[in-house]
Design a protein around this ligand. Structure first.
Ligand SMILES: [Ca+2]
Ligand SMILES: [Ca+2]
Length: 231
């Protein structure tokens, strides 16, 4: 059991560390892996707000991280040491909660765990084509997103922005045309394109603050390997 969990984590790490052949060196340097949880940090993780059974925090409101802006993988790894991962927005209520956080805190943007399946292991998946519509998922829990040109069931609106750098709806992979870097990561932007608060595909090397959300997988792993730990 323990070995299989570690193996799965290692495989996920390999897959997720590849951010595309055209990424800038910092995000594509070899040997970047997903971090394993640190039990002591998991037990003492910041719990700023709750939704369902999950705890969350915004990096800007945690003294140890308040000045930090990091690329997408570094953000995931900071979360993961706390038995968390970047936030995944599976429901309208959770999305509203994060949109309110940006609005009320005047936060310009945050990373989420949203990721385009464009790395090794995503080839030959006809169900993901075309990638710009069907290729997005929440890397925190591997859950596929609604096709990007549709409103998720029950939401009443499409959270992807209707505009961006190219004045077309998101995802637009706009940076590829500028410097060959794919926009493979999902950030929530606060009115950067005078478009309100909305989802954007962004190149993963950009440095942003972030929101962490409890990871059931990592909490269960640490609970099962550390007898008596209070999480
Ligand atoms: Ca979530
Ligand atoms: Ca974009």
């Amino acid at each position: 059991m323990k070995l299989s969990v570690v193996l799965v984590l290692a495989l996920v790490a390999l897959a997720s560390s590849d951010v595309g052949p055209n990424s800038r060196p910092k995000s594509n340097r070899p040997g970047r892996f997903l971090s394993l949880p640190v039990p002591q940090k998991c037990a003492n993780r910041p719990k700023q707000f709750q939704f369902g059974r999950h705890n969350y925090f915004f990096s800007g409101n945690v003294p140890a991280h308040s000045q930090q802006k990091v690329d997408w993988l570094d953000a995931r790894n900071i979360c993961r040491e706390y038995c968390m991962d970047l936030v995944s927005l599976e429901s309208l209520e959770e999305n509203n909660m994060i949109f309110r956080l940006l609005q009320q805190g005047n936060v310009p943007y945050i990373w989420t765990s949203g990721r385009l399946c464009d790395f090794k292991g995503c080839e030959n998946r006809r169900d993901l084509e075309p990638k710009s519509l069907f290729g997005w998922f929440w890397s925190a829990n591997q859950q596929k997103m609604t096709p990007t040109n549709q409103a998720p069931a029950g939401w009443g609106f499409n959270p992807w922005s209707q505009t961006g750098h190219k004045k077309t709806r998101q995802p637009d992979n706009a940076e590829f045309d500028i410097n060959g870097t794919n926009e493979s990561c999902l950030a929530v932007l606060n009115n950067v394109y005078e478009d309100g608060i909305a989802w954007h595909d962004v190149a993963c090397y950009h440095e942003k603050p972030f929101v962490c959300e409890d990871s059931d997988e990592l909490l269960n792993y640490v609970a099962s390997t550390n007898r008596g730990i209070r999480l």
